[in-house]
Design a protein around this ligand. Structure first.
Ligand SMILES: *Cc1c(COP(=O)(O)O)cnc(C)c1O
Length: 358
């Protein structure tokens, strides 16, 4: 006996998406991005499944150490570098790679005592204005790093603000800014997140950094044939635990926010906002009941929500309800909830057991 809420993680889909990423990458190397517990899929299991990856990337040393503790032996890139200088010796010892995104970090690295030199990813701010060195600053820091015995090699990286829009001039502008910062030096570079890897073939060198696409989800705002080949890795599902018929004019859920406009059959499902399903999902958000399309009705509660099964004859206690994943793209659910797939996937809480399918 168990509560039926589960996130099923299809490892075969994950492997296939990774395969697509490496095919698109061509001769470029792939860093599989597994930050935020692999976008909610379980970082250790995902890294284990993608054992062929050359390297992994996470947001912080805590996430990297957790992967090491789980037996992951590849280099692990810290996408924001270190937050305090005392992390630097540990980064070297553990075989992590660090981003250097500020003059302050470069200074701290220059002062660190290390037994072996570190590979560094130098981050240039090419227009997102979130993290990275200004182009004019980058070349100075680069020369400082190159001269330091604490640094083995340097990859130049930048991050794109608008790559999810297929015809956005801002991406070209950022590329031009990045190239100007490079001053014709022949150095390894990295520009590609999932959106770039899928949609901007000319920007795939030398290291690609796919995250979302590995999980079978497209970051692109418009469909692209290549992205259609992605297989969703996570299926968030639960089951019907109660059924009732209500009359026209009767309400469903907190705030009596939904009122039936006809006699209706209402199913109560064991999944709520404490599982990470968004409370702001509006009436009409799609769900699948026994594989048939239906809709959420009323407000999402902490542990439950309600679904319209008036037209689904097979709906019974125990019937499977899918909230996103196989048969119902999380991209579509995100659109209904005025959010993005990233927040839905990373929002699935620890209460929901992850079930791994080989
Ligand atoms: C998260 C992240 C990525 C991966 O982005 P996706 O859109 O999930 O592919 C790549 N690069 C950096 C710097 C990131 O922070």
């Amino acid at each position: 006996m168990a509560r039926p809420a589960q996130a099923r993680i299809d490892l075969a889909a994950l492997r296939q998406n990774y395969q697509l990423a490496t095919t698109l990458a061509g001769s470029a190397h792939t860093v599989a991005v597994v930050k935020a517990d692999a976008y909610g899929h379980g970082a250790a299991q995902v890294a284990g499944c993608l054992a062929a990856a050359k390297a992994f990337a996470v947001a912080c040393i805590e996430e990297a150490l957790a992967l090491r503790a789980q037996g992951v032996s590849q280099p692990i890139l810290l996408l924001e570098g270190f937050f305090s200088a005392d992390e630097i010796p540990l980064i070297a010892e553990q075989g992590f790679w660090t981003v250097i995104h500020s003059p302050e970090q470069a200074e701290q690295l220059a002062c660190a005592s290390l037994t072996k030199p570190l590979p560094v990813w130098l981050k240039v701010d090419s227009g997102m204005h979130r993290l990275g060195l200004a182009p004019a600053q980058a070349i100075n820091v680069y020369q400082q790093l190159r001269a330091s015995a604490r640094v083995s090699n340097v990859v130049w990286m930048t991050h794109m603000a608008c790559a999810d829009e297929l015809d956005c001039a801002y991406t070209a502008q950022q590329v031009a800014c990045f190239q100007a910062a490079l001053q014709n030096m022949s150095v390894p570079v990295s520009l590609a997140n999932s959106a770039i890897l899928l949609a901007w073939p000319q920007l795939r060198n030398d290291w690609v950094r796919p995250g979302l696409m590995l999980y079978g989800v497209s970051p692109l705002l418009t469909p692209l044939p290549k992205a259609a080949a992605l297989q969703p890795a996570m299926t968030l599902r639960s089951a019907i635990i109660a059924l009732r018929t209500i009359a026209e004019g009767e309400a469903v859920g907190y705030g009596a926010a939904f009122i039936a406009d006809r006699p209706m059959r209402v199913a109560t499902v064991a999944l709520g906002y404490a599982d990470g399903y968004p409370r702001h999902a509006p009436t009409g958000t799609p769900v699948l009941v026994n594989g048939q399309h239906s809709r959420l009705i009323g407000r999402v509660s902490m542990d439950m929500c309600c679904v319209d099964v008036t037209d689904i004859d097979t709906a019974a206690i125990g019937s499977e309800v899918i909230f996103w994943g196989q048969g119902l793209p999380v991209e579509e659910v995100a659109r209904h909830c005025q959010t993005i797939p990233y927040t839905l996937l990373t929002g699935v809480t620890q209460r929901v057991p992850r079930i791994y399918l080989p």
